[in-house]
Design a binder for this molecule. Structure first.
Ligand SMILES: N[C@@H](CCC(=O)N[C@@H](CS)C(=O)NCC(=O)O)C(=O)O
Length: 227
């Protein structure tokens, strides 16, 4: 059975899902929904796949569909890797600390990293007006939050404890985007805090993320050669 992911390799939410599938070793087919061409706003896509006109969407052979990248990641882990450790099971306190870490990412990392990318990458790419002031606010707020991350990561290897989990995966797409495209320096390099830099080097060097990066590079190469 081939699992379909309707998405786009350049989309951060799609990257989180495909990295999770790669961690689990689950084969999938990426059905391209080209954001640059507005495929996600096609009325048929909205009616049959994602009512908000967004990606990604999971589709199984029997027709079951699911959207929201975090929900998709949790579903595939529960289905294909209940003992993978990507979401802890059994130990109530480990589960609670994992939920804490997911919430930390959702409240202290994602809003600022995605807000920064909105102002400096996505809005300019669409020709929409963007705000340098909002970008700077997000930039500074994220740097401050990562100082707290450094304290947390001084006491444990990963964001939920001493094991790699989905909570770490969720940081990879936006963290990599703002580091690579905006020169954000608080995750790697001499200006990054030591525990954050150690964690970031660890999670970005995992095979699953390297495969996702290779897919992005291959798609970028195709785009260039097709241009
Ligand atoms: N909370 C949703 C967000 C989905 C989302 O914002 N997807 C982006 C791509 S990463 C998208 O479709 N953007 C186009 C749009 O919102 O019009 C999820 O995690 O799946």
């Amino acid at each position: 059975m081939v699992l379909k992911i309707h998405g786009f390799v350049f989309s951060t939410c799609t990257q989180a899902v495909i990295t999770t599938l790669k961690e689990l070793g689950v084969a999938y087919e990426l059905v391209p929904i080209n954001l640059g061409k507005g495929a996600h706003k096609n009325p048929d896509y909205i009616a049959t796949k994602q009512p908000f006109g967004q990606i990604p969407v999971l589709e199984e052979e029997d027709g079951f569909q699911l959207y929201e990248s975090r929900a998709i990641a949790r579903y595939v882990i529960a289905k294909y890797g209940p003992n993978s450790g990507l979401i802890p099971s059994g130990d109530l306190r480990k589960i609670a600390l994992f939920e804490q870490a997911v919430s930390v990412e959702n409240n202290n990392f994602y809003p600022y990293a995605s807000g920064l990318a909105q102002e400096k990458i996505f809005k300019p790419a669409k020709g929409a007006p963007s705000s340098e002031e909002r970008a700077t606010e997000n930039f500074k707020a994220l740097e401050e939050k990562l100082e707290v991350y450094d304290v947390i990561l001084g006491k444990q290897k990963y964001i939920a404890g001493d094991e790699f989990t989905l909570a770490d995966i969720l940081h990879l797409p936006y963290g990599t985007l703002i580091t690579a495209q905006l020169g954000f320096k608080a995750l790697e390099g001499p200006d990054a805090k030591p525990n954050v830099a150690r964690w970031w080097a660890d999670i970005t060097s995992r095979a699953s993320w390297k495969y996702t990066q290779a897919d992005i590079a291959a798609a970028a190469g195709m785009q260039v050669s097709n241009a």
